[in-house]
Design a protein around this ligand. Structure first.
Ligand SMILES: Nc1ncnc2c1ncn2[C@@H]1O[C@H](COP(=O)(O)OP(=O)(O)OP(=O)(O)O)[C@@H](O)[C@H]1O
Length: 361
């Protein structure tokens, strides 16, 4: 296989392999200590206190709940907690634990002081959830052996361990589970200045020369999210290596982000598809989440958790009891004329036809 210049290309990596490569690069960029963790000052200060107190007492730390949108550093913080406590980390997730028996097996294999990281903890099944919060409280579980009238319950004492739960939907956690966490932190979207620092740090780890202007440009289009900042940085590196001088300067950043369809406010293809559908197909709304998701060919959960928080925060979409509504600013951003009667209505593409811009993008 050869590229446009007649050079041999490596085989294209797609699907699961490509995801695995992205994940391993992401893992390499993870801060390993609270000092390396950029931004989220309040959370860092509070967590540092929790961890120092646990170390001083020589016991395990309180259970910790981390909430916030994807890519803001919840997994990273869980790893940092284990690192700072010098503890082993066991990683699982809500959807991965199907039955209470699966959880009992995990819990019974823990050692004193271990950290059990439960990602997407809001997606645990109810019986699993109940077993977990009893185990968090009393450090014991009742394992049911057998079925029907002959079933017996064997109490099992567990070593003291710490659960670090991560969730994008803290509101979905039932109160008894939420109450078992001694420390709860909410991660918020990052300021552009913090993202620029994260980009500079990651560039150093990737041995890429990125100047301050380029770091700011990438930061301003990263939707307040470190994972996106790191991903865009890697795309800028690709562009710089293939088309540029190898340096990550402002021109390389702008050119790369144009190629990858990330606009000047950081909206990507999905964001623009959602806004475009909202304005052009549903007259600006209100429209229900499922209908909106179907119209852009995505899962409702993806639209709700990936696109929406950013669009709402940017003032481009509002959530009302009757559904999602495009704000006048959204129409303007899409190059459309807002309807005369306010945020919603049957507006039509305006003179600078944003419809073509949407579908060209
Ligand atoms: N404060 C930070 N400083 C530096 N890098 C960060 C920070 N927060 C996150 N990152 C980087 O962003 C990437 C994503 O972080 P992480 O996987 O911890 O997010 P998450 O909140 O667990 O996401 P998800 O909810 O999707 O699991 C990681 O590669 C990590 O290196």
């Amino acid at each position: 296989m050869a590229d446009d210049f007649g050079q041999d290309l490596p085989p294209r990596v797609t699907g699961a392999d490509a995801d695995a490569i992205e994940r391993s690069v992401e893992a390499a960029l993870r801060p390993r200590s609270l000092d390396e963790f950029v931004g989220q000052q309040t959370v860092r200060d509070q967590l540092a206190l929790v961890l120092r107190a646990a170390v001083r007492r020589g016991g395990s730390a309180d259970h910790i709940l981390l909430s916030g949108p994807p890519g803001l550093g919840k997994t990273t913080l869980a790893m940092i907690v284990a690192g700072e406590l010098g503890a082993s980390l066991r990683v699982t997730s809500g959807p991965a634990i199907q039955h209470a028996g699966d959880l009992a097996a995990i819990l019974s294999s823990l050692d004193e002081g271990d950290i059990l990281f439960v990602d997407e903890i809001h997606r645990l099944a109810r019986p699993v959830e109940e077993m977990l919060y009893l185990a968090m409280e009393d450090f014991r579980v009742d394992v049911v052996v057998g079925k029907g009238p002959g079933a017996t319950s064997i109490p099992l004492t567990l070593p003291a361990f710490t659960v670090v739960g991560a969730t994008t939907r803290a509101g979905l956690l039932p109160a008894p589970l939420r109450d078992r966490f001694g420390f709860t932190a909410h991660l918020d979207f990052y300021e552009a200045a913090d993202l620029a620092r994260i980009i500079a740090r990651s560039a150093g780890l990737l041995a890429l020369d990125v100047d301050a202007d380029a770091a700011s440009e990438i930061a301003s289009r990263s939707r307040g999210t470190p994972r996106i900042a790191n991903r865009l940085l890697r795309r800028v590196r690709d562009w710089a290596e293939i088309h540029g001088s190898g340096k990550g300067d402002l021109a390389a950043a702008r050119a790369a982000l144009t190629v990858y369809e990330v606009d000047d406010r950081g909206l990507d293809r999905l964001d623009r598809a959602v806004l475009g559908a909202l304005c052009t197909r549903f007259g600006g709304g209100p429209v229900g989440l499922s209908t909106l998701a179907v119209s852009v060919g995505e899962e409702p959960q993806t639209v709700e958790e990936v696109a929406e928080p950013f669009l709402v925060r940017e003032g481009l979409m509002t959530r009302t009891p009757r559904g999602r509504v495009a704000t006048p600013e959204a129409w303007v951003h899409m190059g459309l004329t807002p309807p005369a009667n306010g945020a919603s209505g049957m507006g039509q593409p305006g003179a600078n036809d944003g419809h073509s811009r949407l579908f060209d993008a």
